[in-house]
Ligand binder design. Sequence first.
Ligand SMILES: Cc1cc2nc3c(=O)[nH]c(=O)nc-3n(C[C@H](O)[C@H](O)[C@H](O)COP(=O)(O)OP(=O)(O)OC[C@H]3O[C@@H](n4cnc5c(N)ncnc54)[C@H](O)[C@@H]3O)c2cc1C
Ligand code: FES
Ligand code: FES
Length: 1248
Amino acid sequence: MPVYVCCLTGTKIGCLEGVCGSCTVVVGKWDLTKNKARYVSVNACLVPLFWLDLCFVLTVEGIGNPEKMHPIQERLSRGHGSQCGYCSPGFVMAMYALLRNNPYPSEKEIKQTLKGNLCRCTGYRPILEAFNTFTSKNVNGCSGCPGQVNGQCCQTNSSSSNKNDFTDIYEKELTKWENFPKYDPTQELIFPPELIKIIASLQNEKVLTLHSKNLTVICPKSLKHVKELLIDSPKSSKIYHVSSGQALRLHFCQSETVEGSSTIWIAYNKCEEMKRLEHSENEILIGAALSLTEVRNALADHSKNEVLNEMIWLQDQYSTPSVRNVATWSGSLLSAHGDFPSLALALNLKIYLYNFDTDESSIIRVDENFFSSGRAVITGNTVITHGVIDLKEIKSIRAAKFEPELHQLFNMVEVQYKDDQNRIALNGFKKHPLLFQDIEYENLENELQKETISKEKLEGLQSLINLAKQEKNLKEENHFETLQLFLPSENKKGKNGSVGRPLAHQYADRHTTGDAKFVGDLRVADLLHMALVLSTEAYAEIIDVDPSEALKLDGVLSYVDVKDIPEKGTNLPGLHPMSCPSDDTTPVFADKEVICIGQTIGAIVAETIEIARKAVKLVRVEYKPLKPIISIDDAIKAKSYYTPEPIVFKLGEDPDKIFKDCAYTVEGDVHLPGQQHCYMEPQSAVVVPEENGEWTIFAATQHASNVQLQSACILGIMKNKISVRVKRIGGGFGGKSGMQCGRARSPALIAANKLKKPISCVMDRKEDMLNTGGRHPAFAHYKLGCDSNGKLLAGEFTAYINGGYSQDVTVWVLGALVCTGDGTFHVPNIKYTGYACKTHTASNTAMRGFGQPQATFIIEYAMDKLARKAGILPEKMREMNIAKEGQTRIDGHVIKHDELQKCWEECKKLSDYKKLRADVEEFNKTSKTRKRGLALTATRFGLLHGKTFEQAFVLVQIYLDGTVAVSIGGTEMGQGLNIKCLQVASQALNLPIEKITMIEANTEKTANAPVTGGSQGADVYGHAIKIACNQLMSKLELLLKKHSDKNWEDIVGIAYNECIPLSAGVHGQFPRGEVGGSDDGPCYHTTGTVCTVVEIDITTGNHWLKSVDIVMDTGDSLNPAIDIGQIEGAFMQMYGHMTMERVVYDEKGNLLTDSFRRYRMPTVENVPEKFRVMLLKNSNSYPGAVYSSKGIGEPPLLLGASTFFAIKDAILSLSTGKVLSNDAFINHIEPPLTQFKLRKACDELIKI
Ligand SMILES: Cc1cc2nc3c(=O)[nH]c(=O)nc-3n(C[C@H](O)[C@H](O)[C@H](O)COP(=O)(O)OP(=O)(O)OC[C@H]3O[C@@H](n4cnc5c(N)ncnc54)[C@H](O)[C@@H]3O)c2cc1C
Ligand code: FES
Ligand code: FES
């Protein structure tokens, strides 16, 4: 859909396959018979253009702008539901479609609507909270509040009421919902009257025809026109009959081949016969071109008939509502995958066919032969016109669906007939659904085995049966409870300062209105586009690369590779001693050999990105394959490491000597898979050659100055010729730092240098996932021992991480893992050894937590196991072993400015831990199929990270109208760095924040900035800004005193006339020495504790986060809304890692999780039912920190590990003590605890 052609860049592209929802737009269709419009959300990346004929398409720009925002945009923005903002337009539009049809939806409907929209930053809580203000329960709100319940603001009401102890001291409203205007649906845009007129005038038009070079799409209004069309069509054309064309479009976009010959699509989305919908008591007639949503709604309209409830339930399990709004049941049936085919098979659906060659109609049933051979009758010029669901003989229907791993989808539909016969259809086991008739559940497995189904798949059957037996409650509504507690802001000085206030993200309004531009949205004159040629071998010599066929395509301008690097330049910019990281051999282009599937070999430059992507498929690469090293196991065998010696840290005695004195020891192995960053904005850059050999580079990077350095190296030019500009990035999480953010930019730079033209390189999701690495997978051997009371005595750990094909920051990550290997505990005698493995997989890099998530998980895993062996509750054992202020960590540093113990105590109070633990045990005693588990875990994260990372240059400039611009070299990537810096400036200048702005990071203004990462941006930049502001104010305050009758603007004028400086450029270094900090090691620790309760269904493997209570010490928070947003988002990111996310390679090095369809991450459906966060008061902060605040981006991530231990706790409740010493079994439970693994673990435990 050409929103980009119209320069409406608010609609974002995140995956191009219907999964992320960033591209959601709303389509209004006018119904002439009902004289009203119906609105649906659709994915702009999938919906075919013809489908939009005579539709009213609304993009995020169409419903509001920063000056006049739509209530959805306003509430999302002010409710802190937008961090990086890349996903925000999609959320806004999905919600908009819902409100247009249903102005007062229920919480359940909102969740259902948003489940096809991914957000990697927020953890979804603020999005849900903002949108829940529109719910039906809030309609009768007073004039101030969007809605009131029991005389209180709806949001006050939704928060836990039993937290009075805290609410006396703490504030609990990040957003004052009562200040928002009430939503008035009558103010919505009307369907354009001119369009209604056009629709009416074209009513009798027979066909719509669209032409492109190789494709003609014809949309007939009636079947009788099709025949004529077929006669007239050229014989050489390939003809497709499509209902919505969405699936076919996706297929062609993703196909590896380039279609050459001309193709005709006959699309039935306007065909009257195929849009029929008729129901009587016993039958529902569904036209073939009805969407799955239309069919679902037809079933719901008929739902007086309770038999249909399970069918509706199954339809509601559909992954992505916006896809379902377009996808048709006939297209779905013919795909044989998914839900509708099983439904049709179990229902023995009657389908009506028409053959245009013979002009004959026929009827067939979807029966046991349909998918294997019967479907063959629907080829050539035969089409499905409609189907009939016959309800007369049906007694009941049962349905089940689950998606355990890697885009595996299993489902089951059973139809029981009044004559007591049944039909069971199962899908997911073979390429098409299988039918079993007159069969008991107990016999299904035997019958299925006859179909030679793999053992692993067969395990899915029991979950389906268990789920099918459960009654589905369509109305079930879990009320979502949230609470955010923080201290009221006490302005440290002056009336205008804004430090401590929960202000919205600087760009929030622009994000939610689509006004915010990301790199991929930039358009400069003569811009060309680039797509990458990626290796398809993990390890091979390159024999030959032949781009000649690609170069023949119209619109293709050039192929570039390593040969195009200028003579003075380099293919290895990471070898520059000042590069970050230095000593890194990541090449821009593969040179003579490839070392990973997905490595960049070359690139095609073309007039459009579509042409470039088409052309790369035509580049032929000849390889001589070599034997690759893929896994950590392979690397250990081959001794393939990045450092000749392992990294070793020790504390106390040799643990081997101590273990013999331990009352209990545990020893074993644990694996932690890799994790993808899944930033929503893919890697992207626009490079622009300027006059005199100068360059402007717009880069999606966390490290602009490193981009400048590396770009200069690549071209062999001086650094001062390059200006790097970064306005914002759509999420980074470490994935846009180091070498990785060069993956799009460096090839573009080389091509732009060759062609002397500006070039944009915006990766698609698959390119990005193949080409870039993520969190390092880890494998560890552990041994941990304690005395008879549970006090830790000794630990010995050996960890291996998979660095992939190049070093990047792998050795640093390993260093961080090893030197934080004791986690939050005091292990008096500990030895930690770490190896960085070199393999032929994507080069892994920095990711939120930087080695500490692996370190935390490994020791927590051993601790949990040891506690169970010692017969002590894991949380008790954790509590007694927390390292205290003044104790020494494994890296030799003494713990300072640390509040972990206080967080622990307060968390127990906030969560009402004792009661929760008792409730969990009580629940488990009485509940048979559902079990609950609890985990109380903590995080301790040392900050800051050392000398060169702790310095920054900033500029504060006061203009003659009294407004101020602050410039920093750090990147705003959703973490709220800009708003925090603005708050510091406002505080230090005693100016209202509205007078201060930050426009972008630009290397011309602020040179040599450190990487934005490590949770220390606000510390480093805030500190320098404070100094700069103080410098300016030292003179201006004298004038303010002298001219006390003058306002700020006048004072600025006087200062200018007296030649007093109005600009300050300051190089600030974090003042660790000045206030007693050591030369190295952390100045302070950000700490926190979480109490997580989960519920699992032991029969299906499902789990739910029942409650999450977090207490976090963020010092005197600069901005509680931003800090709480970071806490919740980080928690959910680690939760994903623990329960569903993993990076999987096959033995040849193919990445099996190469798209959002194959890589699962948390959605709105995974948000805890109760999500409460409290920012601790009375922080023991480092005196040198900015207004006593603490860094926050990464520390709370480690708390997400609690979800794993809570699930494990629930699973082990089945053991009733039997298996606590069964090491083999407990070892078995490893992340991610997917639905499959969870159920299997429960099954095994029950059998023991
Ligand atoms: C992101 C995403 C998520 C999805 N999630 C789910 C899910 O949760 N559950 C699920 O079940 N499915 C899911 N699907 C699959 C999706 O439902 C199917 O791809 C879709 O239903 C196909 O319908 P269509 O209208 O797009 O087919 P079309 O593109 O119109 O057609 C598909 C094929 O059927 C043929 N065809 C279509 N109509 C006719 C006709 N009337 N007569 C003869 N031949 C015809 C076409 O020639 C073509 O070969 C998902 C798909 C995506 C992209
Ligand atoms: S759903 Fe369209 S870009 Fe992701
Ligand atoms: S704010 Fe949702 S992806 Fe960043």
